[in-house]
Design a protein around this ligand. Sequence first.
Ligand code: FES
Length: 235
Amino acid sequence: MNDTFKITIDGKEIEARQGQTIMDAADAAGIYIPRLCSHPDLKPIGSCRVCTVVVDGRPQAACVKPVMDGMVIENDTPAVLQHRRNIIDMMFVEGNHFCMFCEKSGNCELQALAYRFGITAPQYPFQFPEKEVDGSHPDILLDHNRCIMCARCVRASQELDGKNVFQSIGRGFHRKIGVNGEKELGDTDMAVSDRATEICPVGCIIKKRVGYEVPIGQRIYDKAPIGSDIEEVHP
Ligand code: FES
């Protein structure tokens, strides 16, 4: 059975395979769709909605939506870009992201997306919520101020580390990442070598005592915009 077919993204016809998501097919064709909660080593959950595309007139999360023969997808249109920008802006104002003081600066996917979208200041008022910093673990710092609730750590702990250190708890504005219920990180079996330690896209989970090993200006997104690896591999 022939399981390959054509789909169209922004008027460009590309090949897709049965079982791929829209994001998989776009990546393979060198078309970057912005993302935050998605990670190649984790099962996608479609939670952050930064990857929203319009499929046959309806918004869909590209990281979870399977491709179908003949699909027509809008990825790079003013309306889609504005929708993504709104989501990114909300992430900035709902947390406390002080990039200039953050060890993740230059390696942070949220910051890199803001640069890619040309965001210099969010369009919404800052909420300045009160969030906790958990320094109880000897090797790992958990700073809830920078959490964007992507749940990568939750999935990495379960799927890759075989543990269950993190959970998503609470609702709405009060939703947060919990640690074995309501404990502190130092009470858990989390290890600095766990994948959950390094899979955070922002500066919420960082290793202690290795700060600024790579100087500012020489970090991943100091060198090239986020998504350029996908676009460059397949020009
Ligand atoms: S990357 Fe698709 S919903 Fe987050």
